[in-house]
Design a protein around this ligand. Structure first.
Ligand code: CUA
Length: 428
């Protein structure tokens, strides 16, 4: 062989080939490491607040089972197809012994039938349990222990607690926003309403998505089985702030749940007239709070014996026990003084397009009130909590607990036997 060619071959074939092999090994190693990292991120110990793969209710468990079924079937199909490709490529590759092209085949009845039947069988294996689960979940949403009406707003959630069958069917009459408390182990039926656009109510760890449609009430049944906090969001594009239409479901032991209900029902009476006596545990509302009350509600206003003002329309979220909530503006801001000031000072900068921004122009409230009154307003809002604290124990201090003694049965957990709070807010 020509010496120059020999040299070149030795050069290109020798060290270069070794380097390629090493390069491939390196690439494979990197891929394997990434795969392991990705898969460990899916492991059971990682917190997945917005993922359906760690279900905490039977319905979410059913959905997870379907997901697993689809996953494994898809994996089998994937591996089968890859195997067929690799096998065909290797088995029928061009070799030294067969330098000519093999005969070209067009159509094979047996294969055509086979790859029509296999996908049909796979799809049937997915379709049947999916439809069964859909109907089961639909049937479950007919009758539960607790009824909660949810109103999708732009862009927040209004929550109305209705009938509680474990309390003899009494109406809990609690209205709140963006934070839903539920008793563990009890079935709650959510009636989903909208008076604006289509939203979708979704708590990945507790349920599937359910559309919230104007003019039609959809129902969703959730029976949380584990105490904890579960995050939800709107899952249907509904306008500028769709991404910030979040909420939280707090699942708690039944006693704690009813303590919370009591706290909500007791409300935070605000006394606008300086002449009225102030019951123990209540902050006096600054006159400036009247501005907020043109759109918001605080339960307890207008209670008998207190000269509060009557309930206005609830155009904005119900503010009862506001300081007990973790976030402001439907999950957008951590609920602290700094953010509360920022929000009230210029809501349009925090959450562009929101309704409050169309009423409150940048800096308007602070300018109108002056620093001192503005601070007093923030103080008051920060103090909106049950007299005994956010766990609801304050309800007893307000004398709102019924005469009935707390019995051993959780069904008899003390919730006020007294009539519903005077502020019963209907959705506009
Ligand atoms: Cu409401 Cu998206």
């Amino acid at each position: 062989m020509n010496r120059r060619i020999h040299d070149r071959l030795a050069h290109t074939g020798g060290p270069l080939r070794r380097r390629t092999t090493r390069g491939r090994a390196l690439a494979l190693g990197t891929l394997a490491t990434i795969a392991v990292l990705v898969l460990t991120a899916c492991g059971p110990d990682v917190e997945k607040p917005y993922s359906h793969i760690s279900p905490a209710s039977p319905t979410a468990g059913d959905i997870q089972s379907l997901y697993k079924l689809v996953f494994w079937l898809a994996l089998i199909v994937f591996v089968g197809v890859q195997f067929a490709i690799v096998y065909t490529a290797l088995r029928y590759r061009r070799t030294k012994d067969s330098p000519t092209r093999p005969p070209q085949v067009h159509g094979n009845r047996r294969l055509e039938i086979l790859w029509t039947i296999i996908p049909a069988v796979v799809l049937l294996a997915i379709l049947i349990p999916t439809i069964t689960t859909l109907y089961e979940h639909d049937a479950a949403a007919e009758e539960g222990d607790l009824v909660v009406d949810v109103y999708g707003k732009q862009w927040w959630w209004e929550i109305h607690y209705g009938q509680d069958r474990t309390q003899g069917g009494q109406d809990l009459s609690v209205v709140t926003a963006n934070e839903v408390h539920l008793p563990v182990g009890k079935e709650t039926i959510f009636n989903l309403h909208s008076n604006n656009v289509i939203h979708s109510f979704w708590v990945p760890r507790l349920s599937g998505k359910m559309d919230v449609i104007p003019g039609h009430v959809n129902r969703l049944s959730i029976t949380p089985t584990e105490v904890g906090e579960y995050y939800g969001e709107c899952a249907e594009f509904c306008g500028t702030q769709h991404a910030w239409m979040r909420f939280k479901i707090v699942v708690e032991p039944q006693d704690q749940f009813y303590a919370w209900v009591n706290g909500q029902r007791s409300g935070n009476p605000a006394i606008l007239s300086a002449d009225d006596p102030l019951p123990a545990g209540f902050e006096r509302a600054p006159a400036a709070f009247g501005v907020c009350l043109s759109c918001h509600v605080v339960n307890g206003l207008g209670q008998p014996g207190l000269s509060g003002i009557e309930a206005p329309a609830n155009l904005g979220p119900n503010l009862t026990n506001l300081s007990c909530r973790d976030t402001l503006a439907a999950g957008l801001l951590i609920n602290n003084r700094e953010n509360l000031e920022k929000w009230i000072d210029n809501p349009g900068a925090v959450k562009p397009g929101n309704y409050m921004a169309s009423v409150i122009t940048p800096g308007y409230i602070r300018e109108e009130l002056g620093d001192e009154e503005f601070n007093a307003l923030i103080d008051y809002l920060e103090g909106l909590a049950p007299a005994g604290g956010c766990d609801g124990t304050g309800a007893a201090a307000l004398g709102a607990t019924p005469a009935a003694s707390p019995a051993a049965s959780p069904a008899a957990t003390p919730i006020p036997a007294s009539p519903a709070p005077s502020v019963r807010v209907e959705n506009p």
